[in-house]
Design a protein around this ligand. Structure first.
Ligand code: F6P
Length: 370
């Protein structure tokens, strides 16, 4: 994806680009930052400025940092993002407190654009999920020069085959399931592992298959816990006295809704279905059940080599996209190739196909989906 004739003016003119990371963190974000800085410097001779704390930091004076080669040394192996990330701070709906104490949402997008200019940033790379891409696209509509890098451990973005962070999350979740297996076997227990993934069951499906689960409950297939209990009973009749159940945080029973808990600040987050499933199984088969909610452990730790590689490819390709002036485009993986797609399309969700080959393969192994 080298710059094409006709867009070369961006290469000639640009001296400084910026980068920010939006939404939640994901293993591999630092590898993206590193690849952007190294490609910008070595291939184009550009400087890179890092904006801290996403769009929120841009609007609230978080000091930006000059990202030179020394600053990104040793970043490949580090989880999180050195730039910080927040999943608030939409410039189009900034919450402002009026002198009379009332709080109002105001549009500060023009201010965001002015601040980018003020920093001397001629093009901006944003690494984020669907929310970040939606904001970026609206800024592009107002004249901003932005390209995107997709990021999420959930792997639920339709326009890319895979996102970095997903492989690391699978490794962490599978490692947890492997560890639960030994206690399950020793104590003849049913171990329930709740994993992340929002409204997609990718983490649960891959972890469940890789860790030899008996049942995998995902948002795409409403579950009947009676079927899970029947399956556990039949494995016990066959002489195996333990079971492993993987539950996606977004899974829901037939005719029922998803489970949420409320974080401080009133933000609703998926979670808690693992305990409900655990209680239901304990009630129906009378076995000892234990529940583990893996939570944010899935977002942490060193990125796997796969995620470092993909993040590096995405970061480098995003710099070439900026050089080509492809504002409003986002890098993506299609097969073995890095391509670019409209950022706005990143809003389409990719879910597990309940009738697809992967679920069928798991069913053929005897895994129950409820
Ligand atoms: O999108 C990534 C993710 O980790 C989801 O799997 C999870 O539902 C959500 O973010 C948690 O968000 P937060 O870190 O804001 O609690």
């Amino acid at each position: 994806m080298q710059p094409q004739i006709g867009w070369l003016r961006h290469v000639d003119i640009m001296k400084t680009i910026g980068i920010l990371t939006g939404g939640g963190d994901a293993p591999g974000l630092n590898a993206v930052i590193r690849a952007v800085v190294l490609t910008a410097k070595h291939h184009y001779g550009w400087n890179v400025i890092g904006i801290r704390q996403g769009f929120d930091g841009l609007l609230h004076d978080a000091p930006s940092i000059v990202l030179d080669e020394a600053r990104v040394r040793n970043l490949l192996t580090r989880g999180g993002t050195i730039l910080g990330a927040v999943n608030r701070g939409n410039p189009f709906t900034q919450m402002i407190e009026r002198p009379d104490g009332t709080v109002e949402a105001v549009d500060l997008s023009e201010e965001a654009l002015r601040r980018l200019q003020g920093l001397g940033i001629e093009a901006l790379i944003v690494a984020g999920g669907d929310g970040t891409m939606a904001i970026a696209q609206k800024l592009v509509d107002r004249g901003a020069r932005i390209v995107g890098v997709p990021k999420t451990i959930d792997n639920d973005l339709a326009q890319t085959d895979v996102t970095f962070g997903f492989d690391t999350a699978i490794l962490t979740a599978t490692d947890a399931l492997d560890k639960l297996q030994t206690t399950a076997e020793s104590h003849h227990r049913v171990m329930v592992l709740e994993v992340m993934g929002r409204n997609a069951g990718w983490i649960a499906l891959k972890t469940g298959v890789a860790g030899g689960a008996d049942a995998i409950l995902i948002p795409e297939i409403p579950f009947d816990v009676g079927k899970v209990c029947d399956h556990i009973q039949s494995t016990r009749t066959d002489g195996r006295n333990y079971s492993l159940i993987v539950v996606a945080e977004g899974a829901a029973p037939v005719g029922g809704g998803q489970e949420y808990y409320i974080k401080s600040g009133g933000v609703m987050r998926l979670g808690g279905i693992g305990y409900i499933v655990g209680n239901m199984i304990a009630d129906c088969i009378g076995a000892e059940v234990r529940v583990t909610v893996l939570g944010h452990l899935q977002r942490g730790g060193q990125p796997t080599p796969h995620d470092r590689w993909l993040a590096t490819r995405f970061g480098a390709a995003a710099v070439h996209l900026a050089a080509a002036g492809k504002w409003g485009e986002m890098v993506a993986l299609h097969g073995e190739n890095i391509v670019s797609v409209p950022m706005i399309d990143a809003l389409q969700m990719k879910q597990v196909d309940p009738e697809g080959e992967m679920v069928q393969m798991a069913r053929d192994l005897g895994i129950v989906f409820g």
